[in-house]
Design a binder for this molecule. Structure first.
Ligand code: HEM
Length: 480
């Protein structure tokens, strides 16, 4: 806390004050720009693409720009995950799950999850039909609203997708599908979105200054953190209880059952525990629902702002799919323009956000700078996807055709919305399939427009652990 002297050759950044470290300077830029992502962007312009900070007790390095991010994410010595109460409280006081664990424990569990989720549809035909069903439920739900309201309805787009996205994941994990009107889950989603808006990828006040947890539990975000987790724990425990009651080793219904079978197996090693099963569910719940829903939020935000893009996609959908059935994943290769809308929406989402924090497992270097063991590192994707110096022409403009070259889909090397390296996202296939099928099914059936008399929705994101659009509404009408 009192350390104001930086380690030799530590990455450049604002000077360190006692206790606060560089927090004031970051706060100043954050206030000026509106988000932590834009603040690190400006700080990186001032100090360079490897930005060295200390916030409270934590040394934090932000990697900005493609070269720094690539070296960071591919370097094994930088593949740890942070330690400390903030990362342990969420999983009952021990580091558990896959999103915030590392080394052998993480490797074994990540491998197991990937292998077995595939059995229940991850990346297969089963996944396709599951999302198609969910998209159909969504379309019918909106049609009913329009019918009840005599021809049109107004929808809060930023809250439209949460439960449907969760359902596609949850059916594979626990065989459960929730109604879009389920009050408890709707509430949980809102609380989860609030939590994500109130913490940063680097932590929160009580993680950088742990004493605040005792002296100012409300102000430091501690109470909210615990309350949100208790809501999710309750849901997960209930699901686990039901599974244990009806479990039959001869008929494995979903991932939870497969994990329960592993727990019964004499060959299992000690990384497999019931708490770990709950922590995996918690991680996938958190990593999977907010990210995809918010990417869809950006997608529809830009479709509202660019009716001509909406129209062009609808022409493609009408030509390839027609009107007698909903789009399916098999249509994807013929629907290049819609596919590019997915890629562009992901650029807009991840381009405003960060990687999950990593930790240096030993003393090492990044772009020639010294990174001491246990330093936290975070990739700012703005510099590879969205900033003026990211290499994308007119980066702030939503332009699906930027991904087409010689009539084929083309993704430049610095397009990495799901990260790279050992911790690369586990849900890429599911996320892209969800965005593609939901966007195309909604556009096939409805027109979306800005409510008359209201200003166009802002493209400035709501700050937080994952970026999201500010709350916004659309008028939805039937196409035919
Ligand atoms: C639009 C949707 C999504 C985006 C843009 C996205 C992006 C990312 C990124 C950038 C990382 C961080 C890599 C790192 O820290 O090095 C990550 C990790 C992760 N994602 Fe996603 N993600 C999305 C959806 C999903 C979904 C649907 C799931 C659930 C199945 C998921 C599960 C995970 C997990 C478990 C990790 C941690 C992996 C590890 O540490 O080994 N993500 N994701």
């Amino acid at each position: 806390y009192l350390d104001t002297k930086k380690p030799k050759n530590y990455p450049p950044g604002p000077k360190w004050l006692p206790i606060l470290g560089s927090a004031l300077e970051v706060y100043k830029y954050r206030k000026k720009t509106g988000t932590l992502s834009l603040a690190t962007n400006e700080l990186a312009k001032k100090y360079g693409p490897v930005l060295g900070l200390r916030i409270g007790k934590d040394r934090i390095v932000f990697a900005y720009g493609f070269e720094a991010i690539r070296e960071f994410l591919l370097k094994e010595e930088l593949s740890g995950r942070p330690q400390g109460p903030f990362y342990e409280l969420r999983t009952w006081g021990k580091r558990r799950g896959i999103m915030l664990t590392d080394e052998d424990f993480w490797q074994e569990q990540r491998r197991f999850v990937l292998r077995h989720l595939r059995e229940f549809g991850f990346g297969s035909r089963n996944m396709s039909s599951l999302i198609e069903e969910e998209a159909e439920i969504m379309v019918n739900h909106i049609k009913k609203k329009i019918e009840d309201n005599h021809g049109w309805c107004e929808i809060r787009i930023d809250r439209l997708f949460g439960i449907h996205i969760l359902n596609t994941l949850w059916t594979m994990m626990a065989g459960t599908r929730y109604s879009p009107e389920d009050k408890e889950l709707k509430n949980l989603q809102i609380v989860l979105t609030e939590l994500f808006a109130n913490i940063d990828m680097g932590g929160t006040l009580f993680s950088h200054f742990p004493f605040l947890r005792y002296v100012a539990p409300e102000f430091s975000g501690y109470n909210m953190y615990i309350k949100t987790h208790m809501g999710i724990w309750k849901l997960l425990n209930e699901e686990l209880r039901k599974h244990k009651e009806t479990y039959n080793p001869e008929d494995l219904r979903d991932f939870m059952d497969v994990y329960l079978k592993m727990l019964d197996s004499p060959e299992k090693n000690e990384t497999f525990t019931e708490t770990q099963l709950l922590a995996i569910c918690l991680d996938l719940f958190m990593a999977g629902s907010e990210t995809t829903s918010k990417s869809l939020g950006y997608c529809f935000l830009y479709l509202l702002l660019n009716p001509q893009i909406q129209k062009k996609a609808q022409e493609e959908i009408d030509r390839v799919v027609g009107t007698d059935r909903l789009p399916c994943l098999n249509d994807r290769p013929q629907m290049q323009y819609t596919e590019c809308i997915v890629l562009e929406s992901l650029r807009m989402f991840t381009g405003r956000g960060f990687s999950i924090p990593h930790r240096a497992l030993k003393d090492t270097t990044l772009q020639g700078y010294f990174i001491p063991k246990d330093t936290m590192l975070i990739a700012t994707f703005n510099g590879t996807l969205l900033s003026d110096d990211s290499g994308w022409p007119e980066p702030e403009v939503f332009k699906p055709e930027r991904f087409v070259k010689d009539e084929k889909i083309y993704k430049p090397e610095n397009y990495l919305p799901f990260g790279i390296g050992r911790h690369r996202c586990m849900g890429e296939t599911l996320a892209k399939a969800n965005i593609f099928l939901i966007t195309s099914s909604l556009l096939q059936n409805f027109n979306f427009s800005i409510p008359p008399g209201t200003p166009p929705p802002s493209t400035l994101s709501r700050d937080g652990a994952t970026p999201g659009p500010q709350p916004f509404k659309a008028i939805v009408t039937l196409r035919q």
